[in-house]
Design a protein around this ligand. Structure first.
Ligand SMILES: NC(=O)c1ccc[n+]([C@@H]2O[C@H](COP(=O)([O-])OP(=O)(O)OC[C@H]3O[C@@H](n4cnc5c(N)ncnc54)[C@H](OP(=O)(O)O)[C@@H]3O)[C@@H](O)[C@H]2O)c1
Length: 258
């Protein structure tokens, strides 16, 4: 499958789950990006990612990155910018996230849970976007294609169906998840604000729900294999246009109400 995205991509939380599969499918696609930056907070423990990087040493660059730590975000963005040189960054995928406590009832949830989840799931993507803005703007300016796309310059925020306020009643009883739900609602608003702000620079910003996926976070009951979710999301990413900016879509491209 052709990757359908631009020549440089940064994926956060790339050592396992959906992030690792994103980097794997991008690297092993028929028309892969030239550079895939795989952000992870403990590279020395990321054995699968290390193996992937060893198979594609010029393409898959492992970057130490803890998205909940502003200094780590700055250092990682410096590494990425230096490696990119004048080329610019085509795609940032804000994938790293935490979901705790489980199931996250009101009685179980404290201030520290709320703050930690918000810091990782919302502040991290905001800081990365801010730090990488010059690289995203550069990529957009260098592309003569009109309109918006993931080939040109884009930010994809990995959100979730359970961030939908309209659909909350459908899943709340099974999974209250106060910190996670509220953080992803904030991520959706960040997506919408950035899409308004950055369209003048030629940068697309969209949120995607990966489905209920067989990862550590999704758990053993999840119906969707990680490969299928990621294949679907990459297909959606490659087809995004201006009309999708500031929206929340699922891994098949269906629109999800806020
Ligand atoms: N799985 C699902 O069913 C599902 C459904 C809807 C949405 N999503 C979303 O999909 C995305 C990926 O989820 P997943 O299922 O792949 O989750 P996962 O298996 O739990 O993996 C989470 C990834 O995020 C990383 N991460 C967490 N905190 C981090 C931090 N502070 N800095 C850097 N990396 C950090 C983890 O790294 P460590 O190994 O270092 O912890 C790991 O690589 C998330 O945004 C999640 O909300 C998942």
């Amino acid at each position: 499958m052709a990757s359908g995205v631009g020549s440089s991509v940064l994926v956060t939380g790339a050592n396992r789950g959906i992030g690792l599969e994103l980097v794997t499918q991008l690297a092993e696609s028929t028309n892969p990006p030239k550079l895939i930056f795989a952000g992870c907070r403990e590279p020395e423990r990321a054995k699968d990612l290390q193996e992937l990087s060893q198979r594609h040493p010029q393409m898959v660059i492992i970057v130490p990155l803890d998205v909940s730590d502003a200094a780590s975000v700055s250092a990682a963005c410096q590494v990425v910018s230096t490696r990119l040189g004048d080329a610019g960054l085509n795609l940032l995928v804000n994938n790293a996230a935490v979901n705790r406590p489980i199931p996250g009832s009101l009685a179980q949830t404290g201030a520290d849970d709320m703050m930690e989840v918000y810091r990782t799931n919302v502040v991290g993507p905001m800081l990365l976007t801010k730090e990488l803005m010059p690289q995203l703007q550069r990529a957009a300016a260098q592309d003569s294609e009109s309109g918006l796309s993931c080939r040109k310059a884009a930010i994809i925020n990995i959100s979730t169906l359970i961030s939908s306020i309209e659909k909350c009643y459908e899943s709340f009883g099974m999974a209250p998840m106060y910190p996670y739900r509220t953080s992803k609602v904030a991520l959706n608003m960040l997506t919408r604000c950035l899409s308004e702000d950055l369209c003048k620079d030629g940068i697309l910003v969209t949120a995607i729900h990966p489905g209920w996926v067989q990862t550590d976070m999704g758990g053993s009951q999840a119906p969707l294999p990680t490969k299928d979710s990621v294949r679907g999301m990459l297909g959606v990413m490659s087809s995004l246009t201006e009309q999708h900016r500031g929206t929340l879509l699922d891994w098949k491209g269906n629109s999800i109400p806020w």
